[in-house]
Each structure stands twice: as C-alpha cells, then as structure tokens.
Design a protein around this ligand. Sequence first.
Ligand SMILES: Cc1ncc(C[n+]2csc(CCOP(=O)(O)OP(=O)(O)O)c2C)c(N)n1
Ligand SMILES: [Mg+2]
Length: 326
Amino acid sequence: MVHSLDKLETLLALYRVAFKIRHVELEISRQYQKGEMRCPVHLSVGQELPSAAISLFQRKSDYAVSTHRAHAHYIAKGGDIFAMVAEIFGKSTGCSKGRGGSMHLSDPEVNFLGSSAIVGNSIPIGVGIAYGIKVRSEGSRSYVFLGDGATEEGVFYESINFAVIHNLPIIFVCENNFYSVYTSLEPRQPKSRRIHDIVRAMGMNSVYIPFGNLEITLSVIQDSLLKVNEGPLFIEIDTYRWLEHCGPNFDDHLAYRPEEEKENYLKYDVLEDLNQRILRIDIGSGKELEKIKREITNQIDEAFSFASKSPFPSVEDVRGDFYEYK
Ligand SMILES: Cc1ncc(C[n+]2csc(CCOP(=O)(O)OP(=O)(O)O)c2C)c(N)n1
Ligand SMILES: [Mg+2]
C-alpha cells in the first residue's frame, strides 16, 4: 500500500501509534513516583515520529529488536501494552515474567523479539534474525532500532559489514537524538563524518532524514524501502528526547543541553502536526480523533490497573532458571 500525507487513512494510522507511545510514556512518567515501578525507564516522549513512521511499513511477519529505549518500538510493532506495563511493574504477567523490566521487552506474537540494556547488543541479534529470514526464504524483514551512541560500538561495524556482504533483508533505524546519556555528539564523533555516510561508504544503501519533517520522513522511508527491495538499508533519522535520559523527569538542571537547542526542538510536536493535518483534510474527522484518543486512553488506564493488580513472581520463579546450573 502506498502511504501519503494527503490520505486521511495514513494520517490517522500515524496518529494512533504516536498518540499511544506519547501517552503510555506520560502515564509512566506521572505514576513513577508512586514507587510501584522499580526499574529504570528510558522514555521516548518527543521521539515518537520515527517509530510511528516505520510502523506504517512494518508487516506483522517482520521482526524487530531494540535498545534500552524500547517502549516506542515495541508499541509501534503492535506489542501488547498490558504485558509491557506489567513488566515495568515487575509483575509475573509481564512480557519477561517481571524479571527483566523496561529494558527487556519482547512480544513473540508480533515478532518483537527483544530489547537489551547493553548498548549495541541487539544489533548483531537483528543481523542473525535477518540471516535466518534469508536462509529460510521467509520474505520478511528484520528491523534493528539503535541510537547514535550505539554506532560507537565495534559490533555495529561488524554487523553492517556482514549485512552488506550477505545482502540481508535488514533495516537499521538509527534514531539520532544527538546525545549518549549526557554527552552530545561533538566530543564523540567528528562533525564532518556523518553516521549515514560511514554506512554508505561500507557499501549499504543509506539515507538521512532531518528532524521533524513528516513529508521527508514518509517519502524517504517509502522510496528507500522500495529501492532496496530485499536488501539491507540504513536509515538515520534526527529526533529529540524531551525528558531526562533515564527516568520520568526533566534533567535540565544538569545543563548538558543548551536551553535554546531544547526550546528549538520542542517547537515541533508530531501529534500537533498530525492533528492539524487531519482536521485540514476533513474537519469532520475531529470526532474520529476524539474516539481514537478515548479508546487508547482507556486501554492505557486498563493496562496500568492490570499491572498494579497483578501478582509479583514467586521467589522460585525469579530464581529458578538462573540457579539451575548449580
Ligand atoms: C555497552 C554499554 N556501554 C555503556 C552503557 C551505558 N549507557 C546506557 S544508555 C547509553 C546511551 C546510549 O546512547 P544512544 O545509543 O544514543 O541511545 P539514547 O539513550 O540516546 O536513546 C549508555 C552509554 C551501556 N548500557 N552499555
Ligand atoms: Mg542518542
């Protein structure tokens, strides 16, 4: 299916995913101080556009793996938010049975095969999945989400090289939010050496998507996916995190991001952009938007209530497999 920003269907599909990501994250942020969520959380508020745009093209049969900041990618792939929130609450109904927390999400039902706290760790796993797809001639794709910081790990280069050499059906989605924890790109990478250029120089089709532009985001993803067909593709997309690196709050007091920079990036809000475009196409679709918001908000409320009421895993459940080797 060809997606277009002139089509209400495309805009509503983007809105649904972006709204769900934003509001799950905001609810985590609101409820965190209650102390029921005891694991670290890396939220994606402000970073919804890359996941929402990619979700338009991901088929159920495609696979995905992600990083420590995985909520958006899990939700965009259609992951069950009840199991995700319960996992963050450390409950037995969570997707890792309450043993993994926010950074260990998976939903095999939708082929979201995992996320990892170790930066760069899931990149070669995504490559292995792509290799498996190719060996089995499955016709699906492996999506690997990573941050700009992960491109500083050696395994990133091995993985890109292997994917090129074997012409694997893999899509790397590098969300460049310009920071690795509190360190900007400047002291980490030469200014003139862009991530997408390195990957292109290694022989892979590689594209760059500037910050906060729906037209470019959609057309570049759509055109490049068509172009590479079953081969590998690297997408670098600029984005910006609104909240602190890890946790539910702001971290402006640490002064690692210039105020003007933050103010400038915060001017773009994908939900507002989509909202305006939807009403411009059809003012009557305001009702549809309200319905989407209501449905998703109710689902989120139910997921948090389910997580809160669910039991913790038993001591045996938590210790079991890990100690069996004794
Ligand atoms: C191998 C490894 N090194 C360092 C860390 C500590 N660490 C956790 S998140 C993070 C930042 C990674 O930055 P990036 O890949 O850009 O992702 P972002 O947090 O910006 O989404 C670092 C260095 C880690 N978890 N694993
Ligand atoms: Mg980053």
